[in-house]
Design a protein around this ligand. Structure first.
Ligand SMILES: [Zn+2]
Length: 147
């Protein structure tokens, strides 16, 4: 999903310059000034604080930026103590999707897809590795994961 553009390059360089200027400023001061304590309205605890420094293209994508996440699950998938099987009999080599609405979907090697309501985003996050690829389309993602 991410392709570096000339515009993104420029924004990145500008952000870099801003960062270097900030560093230079700090080295000129004998002591960094103490941060000013401002009484901001208390934010709801569930709103993540995102540093507003880098342009959005360079931030790790958050859940709202993508349609969903996907990963391979080659081993038998145990849910509630039982090995889960597709109606076609497949019980391993799944693709697991975690969609923006929190739902988790399983796709077997034969391409059968079904929502798995016993799994959710928390489960997905516990079991998935870091995001290393972005795919413009679902098909592209499936190809990448070998399906
Ligand atoms: Zn199947």
């Amino acid at each position: 999903m991410f392709r570096r553009t000339t515009r993104a390059d420029r924004e990145f360089r500008e952000a870099q310059r801003a960062g270097q200027a900030l560093l230079a400023m700090h080295t000129e001061w004998p002591e960094a000034p103490a941060p000013v304590a401002a009484s901001a309205p208390a934010a709801p605890a569930e709103v993540p604080v995102v540093p507003d420094f880098l342009p959005p293209e360079f931030r790790a994508p958050c859940r709202q930026d993508v349609s969903g996440f996907m990963m391979r699950w080659d081993l038998p998938l145990v849910i509630d103590g039982e090995v889960h099987a597709c109606h076609c009999g497949a019980y391993r080599n799944w693709i697991v999707f975690n969609m923006r609405d929190d739902s988790v979907w399983l796709r077997c090697e034969a391409g059968h897809e079904a929502e798995e309501t016993r799994l959710d985003s928390a489960w997905y996050n516990r079991n998935s590795g870091p995001v290393d690829h972005f795919h413009p389309t679902l098909e592209d993602g499936l190809r990448h994961l070998g399906h």
